[in-house]
Design a protein around this ligand. Sequence first.
Ligand code: 13P
Length: 251
Amino acid sequence: MTQKNILAGNWKMNLGISESRELALDLSSLSGTLSKTEIWVAPSFVCIPAVVQATHGSPLRCGSQNVHWEAKGAYTGELSIAMLKECGCSFAIVGHSERRHIFGESSSLVAQRALAALSAELTTVLCIGEKLEERESGNTDNVLEEQLSPVLEKLTEQQASSLVIAYEPVWAIGTGKVASLTEIEEAHASIENYWKSRIQFAPCPPILYGGSVKPDNFEGIINIDLVAGALIGGASLNYDKMKAMADISES
Ligand code: 13P
């Protein structure tokens, strides 16, 4: 089976409930017309029920921007897997660079989130990516390995089947600076090689690219063999831009 391209919108802390519902409705109609592309959206937590309700029955997938590993308890500001599933989420993003670098989430904490979600068969988009100084000092591969390692260490075959990796170089997020096609290709190849060196029981999961993806640069990116789709921030808030990228993906 050929895997469909994934166009995943990370709406971050943007769009209120009615704006989210409206954009999701448009995207759900669009997603019903696509044969080679899946559209996923991760609205802010409070908008998830409205998005799920409005798009019920369409192929659009709704997910969360984070998830906690415990079933319940004193974890102020967190949401459990069961809560997300009850809202209709079919995936969760973990380890986004904004979580790692603004909120100080370590790779081992991110791994706890990822492994719990994967155990519950919740599709998990594990974000990894280097900062500019790490790239400039030649440490990109080491950083990617350090971020992947605590997940791979404990991963089971069953968990691996729900995993998606997103390579998002921190310096390309929200900056308008997109990584070159060669940089993307090299990073994705390095992730795949590292995966193969650690995991024998499952193939490398789909790897999305994220960082200033927009209609202008999407075609080159999606045509790279090891790119399974894109995790899109700013441009995912705009229907016309998502439609333009879906058209490219379908062509
Ligand atoms: P931008 O597309 O706004 O650069 O954001 C990328 C991102 O962080 C997606 O998770």
